[in-house]
Design a protein around this ligand. Structure first.
Ligand code: ADP
Ligand code: TZD
Ligand code: MG
Length: 578
């Protein structure tokens, strides 16, 4: 509120004035916004400067997409909307992928873009960076608003915040035309026009009938399974979830970003017996996870005999129920309230998972873990994925507070299985779309929002999507250690161009590239690691020092498989086989 400008009108009125710039900053600060991620330029350069001067941390990126990913994951980590700020048309479009990504992943985020003059845009008269941004954004987010008058800034910001975090969280677009920033109004009127959002994401209590239905069904289970999704991680209901899991004794399966709500080393964790629990369970309680492609839509071979199981689903979004298969016991509400309601209804007599089922799952899991163990201990050079992942796994075990960012194909799928997480919201990855490019944006936001060390494990292709942001990491001196699993390409570095021309295959990169040299250009630490022992030393050095570090981990170019673990999703040409 101290931001109201003190500019004075001509002497006779002495009216205290404020303007759009200050009102937007005041509205954001009033609602607890501490950080803005963005890229400056017309018409928001001065806005960024003034926000910084007013005590908001303004992190300047090299590309809006990465700033957008940073904002999206800030939203996931904090339950407050992450803010991304861009210029008009091209900057806005660069941020839009991240806005859509936030919406798809149910992360609260607000993309704020400056835009050009409405009168010119609407008559298509060719303004500087002209585009009807509001119309474009609408299809990609939960809500989209434009503010035309300074006196509406308070309401505009409040609506954007509430839309982003209430119900199922998602991306919101806020369009701010250039003229708005300079609009002047009476400072006192301006202060009164601001809105502090009260109870932005109200608890949503499930109905007692729905709770009873869910408990009765869960009690009938002979082979219960609890699936935790990233909605459960987002909800920050960690204690209630842990109590529910432990009281029922049921095996639990964490989806990728739900790893660590309970430790992966927990006796009930069925991560290493995934196929078995999906196939053989009879009642499945889903907490903040969707039956989308990541769970084979709840049907097919993965899930065993047709109609062999019943689902209980906890979700804040009523439309999620029956989206892929019938949900026998829908529990609509927020996860904290729903899990607590289940606990209350179970009281001192919770259903206990039968011991033969627990025994079968535990046996399967121990067999799989034992099979994997020797692979992770090899010291081959060049490294295969397992030898290198053994080192990463150990690094997170030794530093369970570190945030682990992960993208790639093999580098993602194998790491997900191997690297145990011990605490909630420590694993951040490609999410619902399997999107490449989140690496540096996520790392930057994770370091800034949590103050913790970040370990980012990225395929050489994945890294390339946001590689330039290593300059941002060095500029802000962030404790980020990037490990690139460099196998000379996408999935593998050994493909050849079967057409026989001189162009390389479409999936390979320059052989023996030294990504570690790139960060040296910005004063960071670059290390080349050719064996697990070297990689271990390098990771320890980086994480002890907290200095921006990029480790080029040389992986055998032949070690990976096409599309990692999801090669089956590639369409096949019948003609190819002729
Ligand atoms: P995963 O990819 O880990 O399986 P999804 O992103 O598919 O997870 O699912 C997350 C689900 O969690 C979404 O359907 C979303 O509506 C839901 N969700 C998010 N936050 C909450 C909350 N606080 N309470 C209830 N459901 C939530
Ligand atoms: N573009 C975007 C935005 N997201 C994508 N998922 C892809 C393209 C396609 N893609 C994948 O699904 S994984 C991947 C691409 C390009 C890169 C895999 O190579 P990598 O990992 O070097 O990162 P591995 O270890 O070599 O498999
Ligand atoms: Mg690769």
């Amino acid at each position: 509120m101290a931001q109201a400008a003190t500019a004075q009108k001509p002497a006779e009125t002495h009216e205290e004035l404020t303007d759009g710039f200050h009102l937007i900053i005041d509205a954001l600060k009033l609602n607890g916004v501490k950080t803005i991620y963005g890229v400056p330029g017309i018409p928001i350069t001065d806005f960024g400067r003034m926000a910084q001067a007013a005590g908001i941390r303004v992190i300047s990126f090299r590309h809006e997409q990465n700033a957008g990913y940073a904002a999206s994951i800030a939203g996931f980590l904090t339950k407050q909307p992450g803010i991304c700020l861009t210029v008009s048309a091209p900057g806005f479009l660069n941020g839009l992928t991240a806005l859509a990504h936030a919406t798809t992943n149910c992360f609260p985020m607000i993309l704020i873009s400056g835009s050009s003059e409405r009168e010119i845009v609407d008559l298509q008269q060719g303004d500087y960076e002209e585009m009807d941004q509001l119309a474009v954004a609408k299809t990609m987010c939960k809500a989209a608003y434009r503010v035309l008058h300074a006196q509406d800034i308070g309401i505009g910001v409040a609506r954007a915040i509430r839309a982003a975090v209430s119900g199922r969280p998602g991306g919101v677009y806020l369009d701010l035309p250039a003229k708005l920033f300079g609009q002047v109004m009476n400072a006192e009127e301006g202060r009164k026009s601001l809105v502090k959002v009260i109870d932005a994401a109200p608890a949503q209590i499930p109905s007692p009938e729905a709770v009873k239905r869910a408990v009765d069904l869960f009690k009938s289970a002979k082979k219960p399974l609890i699936i935790l999704g990233k909605g459960a991680a987002y909800a920050q209901a960690d204690d209630a979830i842990k109590t529910l899991v432990e009281k029922t004794g049921a095996p639990f399966l964490p989806m990728s970003m739900a790893k660590g709500i309970l430790p992966d080393t927990h006796p009930q964790c069925a991560g290493a017996a995934r196929s078995t629990v999906l196939k053989d369970s009879d009642v499945v309680l889903m907490i903040g996870a969707r039956l989308n492609w990541l769970l084979s839509h709840g049907k097919g071979k993965t899930w065993g005999e047709p109609h062999s199981k019943k689902f209980i689903q906890i979700d804040i979004e009523p439309k999620e129920m029956d989206s892929n298969v019938e949900i026998a016991a829908p529990l609509v509400g927020d996860i904290g309230s729903c899990v607590q309601a289940l606990l209350d209804a179970m009281g001192n007599n919770p259903p206990k998972a039968p011991s033969d089922w627990i025994g079968a799952v535990t046996k399967k899991k121990e067999d799989n873990i034992a099979k994997m163990a020797p692979k992770l201990m090899n010291n081959n050079s060049p490294m295969d994925y397992y030898g290198a992942l053994g080192v990463i796994r150990e690094a997170i075990k030794n530093r369970p507070d570190a945030i682990f960012v992960n993208e790639g194909a093999n580098t993602l799928d194998l790491a997900r299985g191997v690297v145990d997480m011990y605490k909630p919201r420590k694993r951040l990855d490609v999410g619902t779309w399997g999107i490449m490019g989140i690496g540096q944006g996520y790392s930057i936001a994770a370091a800034i929002e949590t103050g913790k060390q970040v370990l980012a494990l990225e395929g050489d292709s994945a890294f390339g999507f946001s590689g330039m942001e290593i300059e941002t990491i060095c500029r802000y001196k962030l404790p980020v250690c990037i490990v690139i699993f460099n196998n000379d390409g996408i999935y593998r570095g050994t493909d050849v161009n079967t057409g026989g021309g001189s162009d390389p295959a479409t999936t390979v990169f320059v052989k023996g590239a030294r990504y570690d040299k790139m960060i040296e250009a910005f004063g960071g630490v670059g290390i080349n690691a050719t064996s697990p022992d070297e990689l271990r030393r390098a990771v320890n050095q980086a994480m002890d020092s907290g200095k921006p570090t990029l480790i080029n981990a040389v992986i055998d170019p032949a070690a990976g498989s096409e599309s990692g673990r999801i090669g089956n999703l590639n369409p096949q040409s019948v003609l190819k086989k002729k």
